[in-house]
Design a protein around this ligand. Structure first.
Ligand code: GTP
Ligand code: MG
Length: 139
């Protein structure tokens, strides 16, 4: 089976949406292999978002992701990488389809960065890299 790295971002924790989001993941049929809540370190965030370094939204992104505790999850199941991205919906919550986590539970705010509740790895390569960042013991 395939594995993916899911983050319940600080806005999800702050809004009390952990249970709602985990319910969607579990009722879809994916297995939770590991789960941990903590406030991300600067090192974890710069490794996780290395692809976005230098982009105009990067400083706001790192501030948002470090503003409070997040929940890191390793989820497992056939095609879970694409499957969780489908559950999450489009990056911009205004464009995310109803029925998705972002479409149902997030909206745009006048902020320097899009707050969209969840992260999911976008490829097998990203998943392996990101699981190594958040759960080095699983590497
Ligand atoms: P993640 O699952 O968090 O990686 O989201 P994603 O894969 O849907 O989006 P991407 O990796 O492209 O961007 C990472 C995060 O940066 C997004 O979740 C947003 O919070 C933020 N972001 C991405 N693109 C933009 C943008 O064009 N403008 C702003 N303001 N923020 C952005
Ligand atoms: Mg991404």
């Amino acid at each position: 089976a395939q594995r993916t790295l899911v983050l319940l971002k600080p806005d999800a924790v702050q809004r009390g949406l952990r249970g709602e989001i985990i319910r969607r993941l579990e009722t879809k049929g994916y297995e939770i292999v590991a789960l941990a809540q903590r406030t991300a370190t600067a090192e974890e965030l710069s490794a996780h978002y290395a692809e976005h370094e230098g982009k105009p939204f990067y400083p706001g992104l790192v501030e948002y992701m470090g503003a409070g505790p997040l929940v890191a999850i390793v989820a497992e199941g056939d095609s879970v990488i694409a499957g969780f991205r489908s559950l999450a919906g489009a990056t911009n919550p205004t464009e995310a389809a109803p029925g998705t986590i972002r479409g149902d539970l997030a909206r745009e705010w006048d902020l320097p960065v899009i707050q969209n509740l969840v992260h999911g790895s976008d490829s097998e390569e990203s998943a392996a890299r990101e699981i190594g960042i958040w759960f080095p013991e699983l590497g």
